[in-house]
Ligand binder design. Structure first.
Ligand code: ATP
Ligand code: MG
Ligand code: MG
Length: 306
């Protein structure tokens, strides 16, 4: 079984404005759409769309729980979130007409309690088996500190699961130190790991000695994967970019789904690059088109570095 864990999910409310956003004015909207926010849920969406069974876990605020669950169900994401006091944060995205840009406002998260954390840890302790893959992705909410994240990652490792992490900054460092089996830092996340005069290449070589699958993603330039002592340079197909937010989440979900099922690294890299390239063609932060993804997959090129 594949599990994704989104500790700090969000509901994205996309508000399409009739005219350009202006202060001291009643800005009217002509359309409102809801989308799921949170990296693990985005990865779950990609996995489900590829027909790979998975379950999205995490915390969700009790005050708008029904709304959050509705958004997940609209996206056909199987879920089992632990209800916490407060609301799941809503991100308001104000979209100006004719692609003139957008303004995003993100609410603060709920605060998870010790009892909420126990519920999540107990669920994992009872249900995880060594055959499972667990993806921990995205930011952490208030009340969930680095010590809690350490406990979570070590619990997943102790159960013998494949631990995949899409995390940033200190949480990413912790993932590497906790024995993560997969990470996918983007360019900024990699820069944050560098110490002193160290280069990105040196850092990646060092991490690849500890983490089984390391993928450094570089937006439209594709990615570099380190696996079993080999390096794969993946060249992304060219597409007209509309919104690249969520490209990494789509890549992670489709990569892990394929890799978990087949163990074939190159197939997984190619399909993930095809799905993510399709994703960036759409405004939505997780939608991609399956037929288009297959066409784009056939345009992905992989160069072997050694
Ligand atoms: P996220 O917003 O989901 O966190 P990220 O910054 O982690 O994204 P990126 O490095 O931006 O991830 O993109 C991940 C992958 O998506 C890339 O390695 C590439 O395969 C694909 N991708 C991203 N942008 C483009 C693009 N403009 N054209 C084609 N493919 C793209
Ligand atoms: Mg990016
Ligand atoms: Mg990312």
């Amino acid at each position: 079984m594949i599990y994704t864990i989104t500790l700090n999910p969000a509901i994205d409310r996309l508000i399409f404005l009739q005219e350009q956003l202006e202060k001291r004015k009643n800005n009217r909207a002509h359309k409102v759409l809801y989308d799921v926010g949170g990296k693990g849920t985005h990865a779950s969406y990609a996995m489900s769309k590829l027909g790979v069974e998975n379950l999205a876990l995490g915390f969700a605020g009790v005050m708008n729980l029904a709304k959050f669950q509705q958004v997940l169900e609209d996206k056909e994401i199987n879920h089992q979130f632990i209800a916490t006091d407060g609301s799941t944060r809503e991100s308001v995205i104000l979209i100006d007409p004719e692609n003139q840009g957008s303004t995003m406002i993100t609410e603060p998260s709920f605060t998870v309690s010790a009892a909420d954390k126990e519920k999540l840890f107990d669920y994992l302790a009872v249900n995880l088996t060594p055959q499972d893959l667990v993806l921990v992705a995205g930011s952490t909410p208030a009340g969930f500190d680095l010590v809690d994240l350490t406990e979570l990652l070590l619990l997943i490792k102790t159960k013998g699961c494949f631990l995949a992490c899409d995390l940033s900054s200190e949480a990413l460092k912790l993932a590497i130190a906790s024995g993560a089996d997969f990470i996918k830092p983007n360019e900024l996340e990699l820069q944050e790991l560098l110490v002193g005069e160290e280069t990105v290449e040196e850092k990646l070589t060092e991490i690849a000695a500890q983490v089984a699958v390391v993928i450094a993603s570089r937006g439209e330039q594709g990615s570099i994967c380190y696996f079993e002592g080999k390096q794969y340079q993946v060249i992304a197909p060219h597409v007209e970019e509309v919104n690249d937010t969520g490209a990494g989440d789509c890549f992670v979900g489709s990569f892990l789904a394929t890799f978990y099922q087949t163990g074939e690294i190159e197939q997984a890299l190619m399909l993930a690059s095809g799905c993510a390239a399709s994703k960036v063609r759409y405004e939505d932060s997780c939608y991609f088109n399956l037929v288009e993804a297959q066409e784009l997959k056939s345009k992905v090129r992989i160069k072997h570095q050694n």
